[in-house]
Design a protein around this ligand. Structure first.
Ligand SMILES: NC(=O)c1ccc[n+]([C@@H]2O[C@H](COP(=O)([O-])OP(=O)(O)OC[C@H]3O[C@@H](n4cnc5c(N)ncnc54)[C@H](O)[C@@H]3O)[C@@H](O)[C@H]2O)c1
Ligand SMILES: Nc1ncnc2c1ncn2[C@@H]1O[C@H](COP(=O)(O)OP(=O)(O)OP(=O)(O)O)[C@@H](O)[C@H]1O
Length: 528
């Protein structure tokens, strides 16, 4: 039997609309929309003879209340999204200032201590002769920017003598395939002390040219693999003996190497998380030995700028690992010499905002993902119910198993399995892919890189939702909690074997056997 608007689930048995405010003063906007619709329908029904004007007035009043409540709920959502965006900007600014402060204090320390560098015992000092600096801007050689614009970095670094080298400096420039000369290339992506920050244009082939030789390599390895362990010890020995590099590994790997032989005493590691946070100031190149999971692991270690990663394939699939381990010497030789093609893989920055937080600015530490953040129903048997906003606009309400917000690098991972499109990793965008939506018309979306997406668990949700980040670190989202997600300012630069496009196409052909089909034979029916 068709329900009349007054008997729909949004209305109580005595006919009163159930748009009563919940704990936070707002009802969820979907039920508000429904209430508004119900009131609308009610007022449009032909009036039965004898129904007095009070009912019309009552419907009018209800419509006004429902509209006001919806506007208030939308207002709160957009204010929270804005607050999260401001927090992100504030954190960026704060980390920039901290970085500058650290730089100044280490300069002072250097002068006081007679050129002793306090950062670490691996820091390479100038050997008395004036050294070139990686600093390329600012009156006194101190870079004061995070993002350089075209050509700003073209100044001769030798204009700043007497500088020590902590990290190898390099230059990034756009280049066109097959173009031999450097003439038409120009800088559009910059770095400060080797930390890469993306400028606005990021969709062309990017070439990395060392301005001073790389000196420190971090090797990250997949655990529990004999093949990986053997390759790691061989590579460490080769890099030390043939390339005279400083080598960092994880504490677990250093122990493994030392168990193998005391020869590996020179290998360095770290002791605590604070040191991990500063690794990017020491490491020129990161080498990963494993599958895609090891590349995700490497990216996750760097909460800010990421040094270039050279991913060797020792896994089963390897979408992000184009280098074959058996040829590691030739590859590393050419990478350490440069120039190399790189793919700047965008990451998403995710903030969980708790309803219980005292203010909208009180968010948990942001989490950076290289593949995707997934919001799903976890162990709950109820449909997940997620309200999604893009900037200030309502997108949709996801009712199904959940939602994947993916980077373009992650487009070949979980998002693909959920029906999302495969996207070239250098295309800047955010994939919005539902997981088993309970609606025939819910197709995946790709949104532009600059938007902020907010996924809210409504107060009337039957269950909790769960967020997971690159398939790890599950966090429970209670009704009222939200996840706010936008493009992170620190991409992950991965070295290409050939170039970004060839590597991508090779990975979908080899990894997925994409569109593999036997060709039709010639001897069949033909058009006349
Ligand atoms: N149904 C699914 O396809 C599904 C389900 C859960 C997680 N995942 C993916 O697994 C990722 C975590 O990877 P892991 O190695 O730590 O876990 P894992 O060991 O469970 O491996 C997951 C698989 O996904 C592949 N993979 C990872 N990133 C990829 C990418 N960017 N493109 C193509 N394939 C990729 C890996 O090679 C691996 O084969 C998550 O970020 C998620 O994308 C996929
Ligand atoms: N350095 C590391 N320390 C701890 N865990 C790691 C490290 N590197 C990778 N892992 C984890 O080990 C698991 C397997 O890694 P990875 O995906 O690289 O190997 P794989 O499964 O053999 O390759 P593929 O994913 O291509 O099949 C992943 O869950 C990853 O998070």
């Amino acid at each position: 039997m068709k329900q009349s608007p007054m008997s729909s689930s949004n209305h109580t048995s005595n006919g009163n609309a159930s748009v009563l405010p919940l704990e936070n003063g707002f009802s969820d906007s979907l039920s508000l929309l429904n209430s508004e619709k119900a009131v609308e329908e009610l007022s449009q029904q032909p009036l039965l003879h004898g129904i007095d004007d009070h009912l019309i007035e009552f419907a009018e009043a209800l419509r006004t209340v429902a509209k006001a409540l919806r506007q208030a709920a939308e207002g709160k959502a957009s204010a929270q999204a804005e607050a999260a965006e401001w927090k992100r900007k504030y954190e960026l600014e704060r980390s920039r200032i901290l970085h500058l402060e650290r730089k100044v204090s280490s300069e002072e320390h250097l002068i006081k201590e007679g050129r002793v560098v306090p950062l670490s015992n691996q820091t390479v000092l100038s050997d008395g002769a004036p050294e070139q600096s990686e600093r390329c801007c600012g009156e006194n050689g101190i870079c004061s920017h995070e993002v350089l614009r075209d050509g700003e970095c073209d100044r001769d670094a030798s204009a700043f003598p007497n500088k020590m080298i902590r990290k190898a400096s390099f230059k990034l420039s756009w280049c066109c395939k097959g173009e031999k000369s450097d003439q038409k290339k120009h800088d559009v992506v910059s770095f400060e002390k080797g930390n890469i920050t993306t400028a606005e244009r990021s969709s062309k082939q990017i070439s990395l040219k060392w301005e001073s030789p790389p000196q420190t390599v971090l090797i990250l390895t997949k655990p529990n693999s004999t093949a990986v362990r053997m390759l790691c010890s061989e590579m460490v020995r080769w890099l030390k003996e043939q390339k005279s590099l400083n080598i960092f590994v994880e504490p677990r790997v250093r122990t493994e190497l030392l168990t193998e032989s005391s020869y590996y005493q020179f290998v360095q590691t770290w002791e605590n998380d604070n040191e991990v946070l500063r690794l990017h100031t020491k490491v020129d190149v990161v080498v990963t030995l494993g599958g895609d999971g090891t590349v995700l692991w490497a990216a996750n270690m760097f909460k800010g700028p990421v040094p270039p990663i050279v991913p060797f394939s020792l896994g089963s699939l390897g979408f992000m690992t184009p280098f074959y381990s058996e040829h590691y010497k030739e590859y590393l030789d050419s990478i350490l010499r440069g120039p190399i093609s790189i793919t700047l893989r965008h990451r998403l920055q995710c903030h969980v905002i708790r309803d219980a937080a005292k203010s909208d600015l009180e968010t948990e530490e942001p989490i950076l993902v290289l593949n995707e953040v997934t919001i799903d129903r976890g162990i709950s048997s109820f449909l997940s119910n997620l309200e999604c906003y893009c900037d200030n606009s309502f997108v949709t309400c996801v009712q199904g198993d959940g939602l994947i917000l993916s980077t373009t690098s992650g487009s070949t991972a979980y998002s693909l399995a959920a029906g999302g499109s495969m996207v070239h990793p250098q295309v800047p965008g955010i994939l919005f892919t539902p997981i088993c939506p309970h609606s025939l018309s819910f197709r995946p979306l790709i949104l532009p890189e600059h938007v902020t997406i907010r996924v809210q668990v409504p107060f009337n949700s039957r269950g909790h939702a769960w967020a997971s980040f690159d398939g790890k670190d599950r966090k429970k989202l209670a009704p009222g909690d939200a996840l706010v997600c936008s493009m992170a300012p620190w991409p992950v630069p991965t070295a290409c074997q050939s170039d970004s496009t060839s590597d991508f196409l090779h990975s979908i052909h080899e990894g997925l056997h994409w569109n593999l089909r036997k060709t039709q034979s010639f001897d069949g029916p033909r058009e006349t």
